[in-house]
Design a protein around this ligand. Structure first.
Ligand code: F6P
Length: 537
């Protein structure tokens, strides 16, 4: 495979970037009455407006040419066909199979096992939600606690928060951190007789998860005795043997497969907490939305393909337009955990310094991704987005209709979201500031001194993604949109989005530091810090 940055398409985009730096997006709107329509696309109920990006039709065509040079269509086919595109682990990445309906033509090799596990999850969910599955003392289960971290936590935690008003089953709680504060705060709020723990770990070797699970088991045993464990603990894992060693037998273990990457796993049994809290039907709706987006991604031409457009715009902003980071701001309180999920998805997938062939890349890969919900974010870091020296790319995500009755507040929320993207694009010129201040009675030196502080450069790029509402179907489509955007970018950067070797080093050292024998072999700083905290070793 050719080095991406040596392709003509890549070089031509640098020339376009030099050209675009002479333009302002507001001018592009002035020249093109149809820009708002022509730089927008719609699929699965989601509407993407990218007209506030600093791109014109020529840049867009050049980005499509780059996608072609990087063989995006072929990679997409390989992903869909279940080829082992995760080269460093020799695995496929078949998360699309997890959300395809039973009668879908693709994914034949894995469809039976996927749907067998899904059916087992649904049977369990129906039994628990309906009261047929009870605790060891005969009490109904009112609370489920998912113990897992990373991909075994972010997805189900975020979905349960996003769809919280629709929860009609047990309350769902999530414990991830090996900081015992999280579990310690939760346990006193629970009744052991009414609590089910789900130990969710692909490998069932993750230190944090096992530490939390052992503590939770001790708490349960202290209250209900050893015999309660099999009734109050289930596992979600690819490693049924390790789950059994922990005390959870295979009948209570919901399996998945090595071709499900942790950060792409909420659609698998990792989503059990979602299904228990929201019911099998809403889980199906979540999958249906994601599947609709999968089909759109696989079938739609680049011009109207949301993940392709967003992926290429991300590459443009990162590699050509000079953006310092990618900010994601959902204008929806219930999407407050979306950024955390997305950080793992994008930065664990594409935070790589070598390409698929192991060659060091000479271009930026994933940008720092961050953000939080609007309007709160406006009162935190938006000052920097408007007037800081660096330009950041922003995604605004906005459900159009609220699921609360406070209509006037929803209108205000919408107005704020649209105002921010407009303000970031338009900015405020020195002439405008001068005119405003003069109209307010300012004059002379005081007026001139005030101007520079009030100027906003504008031309700061953003996407706006509208969802009709925050329901399971459209949430599923939104999550799949971002999964595929991430994949598109990995193809352009020619990196393997499905391994995460960088995480391993820290994990290994954490084990070594806690072992006095091995600590001696580490650096002086680390040894000194440890012995300040644990003078006795
Ligand atoms: O953070 C690294 C990682 O391997 C993630 O990819 C994964 O989601 C997480 O740890 C948890 O792993 P497991 O599900 O095996 O406990």
């Amino acid at each position: 495979m050719m080095i991406t940055s040596r392709t003509d398409a890549w070089r031509s985009l640098h020339a376009h970037a030099a050209r675009m730096r002479q333009h302002r997006v507001v001018e592009l709107f002035a020249q093109d009455a149809r820009r708002a329509q022509d730089f927008a696309a719609e699929a699965c109920g989601l509407y993407l407006d990218y007209s506030k990006q600093c791109v014109d039709a020529e840049v867009r065509s050049a980005l499509f040419a780059l996608a072609e040079a990087c063989e995006l269509s072929a990679w997409r086919r390989r992903l869909y066909a279940g080829e082992r595109i995760n080269g460093s682990e020799d695995r496929a990445a078949l998360h699309m199979a997890l959300r395809a309906p039973r009668d879908h033509a693709g994914f034949a090799a894995v469809a039976d096992e996927v749907h067998a596990v899904r059916a087992a999850m649904a049977r369990f969910a129906d039994a628990l939600r309906g009261g047929a599955y009870r605790g060891v003392s005969g009490a109904r289960i009112t609370d489920v606690v998912n113990i897992g971290i990373g991909g075994s936590d972010f997805g189900p935690r975020m979905v349960c928060a996003a769809l919280a008003p629709q929860i009609d089953g047990p309350r769902a709680h999530f414990v991830a951190n090996v900081d015992g504060a999280e579990l310690h705060a939760l346990l006193p709020t629970l009744d052991p007789a009414r609590t089910l723990f789900i130990v969710t770990s692909k490998t069932f070797t993750t230190q944090e998860t096992l530490a939390n699970a052992r503590r939770a088991r001790a708490w349960l045993v202290a209250a209900l005795g050893d015999s309660a464990v099999s009734r109050h603990f289930v596992a979600v894992s690819t490693n049924a043997e390790a789950a059994r060693a922990f005390g959870i037998d295979s009948a209570s273990t919901f399996g998945f497969w090595d071709w499900v990457g942790g950060r792409y796993s909420l659609w698998s049994a990792v989503g059990l907490a979602i299904m228990l809290a929201l019911g099998p039907q809403r889980f199906e709706a979540l999958c249906a939305g994601a599947h609709a987006m999968d089909r759109h991604f696989v079938e739609a031409p680049p011009q109207s393909n949301l993940p392709v457009l967003m992926g290429l715009l991300g590459v443009w902003n990162t590699n050509f337009f000079g953006c310092a980071s990618q900010v994601v701001v959902p204008y929806a309180e219930r999407l407050s955990l979306f950024g955390g999920w997305l950080q793992q998805l994008e930065m664990e997938s594409n935070g790589k310094r070598v390409d698929r062939d192991g060659r060091a890349v000479d271009y930026a890969t994933t940008p720092v991704l961050w953000g939080s919900v609007g309007t709160n974010a406006q009162h935190a870091y938006f000052q920097m987005l408007h007037q800081g020296p660096a330009v950041h790319a922003i995604d605004f995500i906005l459900p159009q209709v609220a699921d609360h009755p406070f209509d006037e507040m929803q209108r205000m929320l919408v107005a704020n979201c649209l105002a921010q993207s407009a303000a970031l694009m338009r900015g405020r010129s020195a002439d405008d500031v001068r005119a405003e201040l003069a109209a307010a009675g300012w004059s002379g030196e005081a007026l001139e001194r005030a101007i520079a502080h009030r100027v906003c450069p504008g031309n700061r790029p953003s996407n706006t993604v509208l969802l009709p509402r925050l329901d399971a179907y459209h949430l599923g489509a939104l999550l799949a949109l971002y999964e595929h955007r991430c994949f598109v970018q990995s193809v352009i950067w020619n990196i393997n989005a499905f391994d995460q070797w960088g995480v391993e080093l820290g994990k290994q050292l954490a084990q070594r530091i806690a072992d006095p024998q091995q600590l001696a072999g580490l650096d002086a700083s680390t040894r000194t810090l440890w012995s300040r905290i644990y003078p006795q070793g």
